[in-house]
Design a protein. Sequence first.
Length: 839
Amino acid sequence: MRQITLCLLFLLGTIVSSTAQQPKKLNSSEIYEAVQKLNVLGSVLYIAAHPDDENTRLISYMSNEVKARTAYLSLTRGDGGQNLIGPEIRELLGVIRTQELLAARRIDGGEQRFTRANDFGYSKHPDETLDIWNKDEVLSDVVWAIREFKPDIIINRFDHRTPGRTHGHHTASAMLSMEAFDLANDASKYPSQLQLTETWQPKRLFFNTSWWFYGSQENFEKADKSNMLNFDIGVYYPTKGMSNNEVASLASSQHLCQGFGRLTTRGTQEEYIEFLKGEPLDGSNDVFAGIDTSWNRIEGGQAIGNILNEVERNFSFINPAAHLPQLLEAYKLLQNVKNKHWKTIKTKELKTIIEACAGLYIEVSANDPHASPDSNVSLNIEALNRSNVNIKLVSYQLSTLNDGISKNMDMPENQRLNFEEGITIPKNIHYTTPYWLNKKSTLGMYHVEKKEWIGLPETPRAVFVDFNLNIEGTPITITKPVVYRYSRPDKGELYRPFEIIPPVSASITDKVFIFENDQQKDIEVTVKAGADAIEGYVQMAYPDDWNVYPQKQKIEIANKGDIQKVVFTVIPPKNQSEGLITPMVNYKGEFYTDELIEIDYTHIPYQTVLMPSVSKVVRLDIEKRGNNIGYIEGAGDVVPESLRQIGYNVTTIKPEQISSENLANFDAIVVGIRAYNIVDDMKFKQKFLLDYVKEGGNLIIQYNTSRGINTEDISPYELELSRDRVTDENAEVKILDPDHPILNFPNKITTKDFEGWVQERGLYFPDKWSEEFTPLLAMNDKGETSKEGSLLVAKYGKGNYIYTGLSFFREFPAGVSGAYRLFANLLSAGKEDTNKLKN
Ligand SMILES: [Zn+2]
């Protein structure tokens, strides 16, 4: 029974992902392709670390040319990257990238899987990666994916033999795949998985090599390829009117938040895979050599194959419904097959084909895009047979009800059946929010309560309908998730997944509030109704030494979807302190503490995500000198807003406004991250900035990448940027010159100020500088030499030139107090003898 439930869950996951926008209806060519694929019983699992690592050319080739069941196992959801299309970062970026992978798979025909590994950001070495991930848990998830998917062939994107050459996550993905290949068939390994699935031995493991791994095209041409297979991944598919590489480009262009939109390509192109282990190659160019991938592979398969191969050979593009008698016969035979794995997969494929051949249109749409538990929803059901075969709607079963609803109605050709069903959403139903975010994650791992959900791309939909049909005497159940269908005059017909959300949610716009003194701040809370007629109150959870008033505020919201705003006054303690505040909405005696986040882009289905509604409050013990800060924008950081939060008056200076007169009145000038990489004007304006320092100014330049600096004189003295970075945010920081004014005035900086940093210490540190510079700090990642270039200070004329690769731009938005205190000192450099201007 558990097996059946599990299969059903997997099935639902896939159905939903392909119907989340507009439900897919197959045309004749697509039905034919599906029949071709139905007749192949072979599978390929492609393994890498991130969304976009996957070689869509090869995935598409395996799926569309070889016709194998093909999946991409991405160990992470890409949470650690940057977002080029919107404000979402971290977990929310992982949600977008999960959906972009699903969008890519809808195009290249693959399936998508994950592990619980959290993409914690850049990692130099797989040893570090596997330390931060829980290696055993990620390995068990790779084993689980192999046991569940049961691939004949595994293909690694990365080389397990070259640690340190690429991102640590990449090499780790290949190393784990190598290990899992040997463990998946061992019943003594991860035995609890075997309550849900069986052991499995893949046949072969390959590495998807390319010239890149050989340093140059030339080297690769010369390399020994006797242990490799190669494929022309430029094959043309007349049924699609596209070449394989075009399909692949369209698929990888779904990774829009990573800026992967690109031109399509065509024409012959070789792709190589290197044999690593398993059953030796037989000299042919067949990945499946020695594996029977026909219906003969399974007991009882031959008779099914005879029927379905005939359908394929004589396929009628004009009237696919003509094949229904054969398809139904094959369906009946398939139900008696003992091999549960292939029976489940092929039943699902065959049902899709039968549904498409009959031109069946079955849809359940709700009158609302979302509902909360214990609320009522009305469903509109449409069922239509667009063929001349005899189909009867026997009954349908709503997942929210115990009993099916009997219909026993004929479905005459092209006569629409319409039903309305009012349902009550069960009280204990799960929300549709991404399941891996239900519990707090660690830096390296997500936690998943339901073991059977591990690896699924999405949370299985809880509201769906099983339609029990009788097609020409054969009972077949077709399952449809509930969708929300609507129209917009300027967009036409639109679809959204039907979501289950809480009755109330609350949010605070800012994630960090900095209190630079003991003055109170007003903080606004937005409460959103997920149900009608919400009455309750909201109160705030806050740290012991802080205070919030009023204690409670009343909430009354008439209509679902509306919001109410309330303001709380937050009073910080006298001394340095930090903690978290959470709005808690009490409704019908229960507290709701989540925020409902909506993600809405056109290339992926609309998403709602529930995240704990938490903001950080930080009372700084900070002294400052100077008040007027000039800020020159680079690639974009929140340094200006952060400095304003601690009371500075920050003016953004446009590159064209940089002149001696304009700079003269500022107490300090801060240059945004990567300004010398991306702002062309900097090369003409550097002279004014250095003159400003000479005349007594205080210039702070944040990190630039070592390549593509657009000026020769970024510094008045010799300074060479390198690729040195310290990615461990907890790496020990040594203070090289404890008596230096920058570390003492106006705030005494100690190693304590380097506690609680996030993501990394810093990047692109200079590794060579002239003697005028004083290095102030030393730090390094595990196993590396000490890096002393993170914070360099030099006197120039009457002023101070400061270059820093420390990641202030990451620490400020995370409310890291030590970063604020150190930066206040950088801004105060040279102002030791001015009068105390402190508030
Ligand atoms: Zn990657």
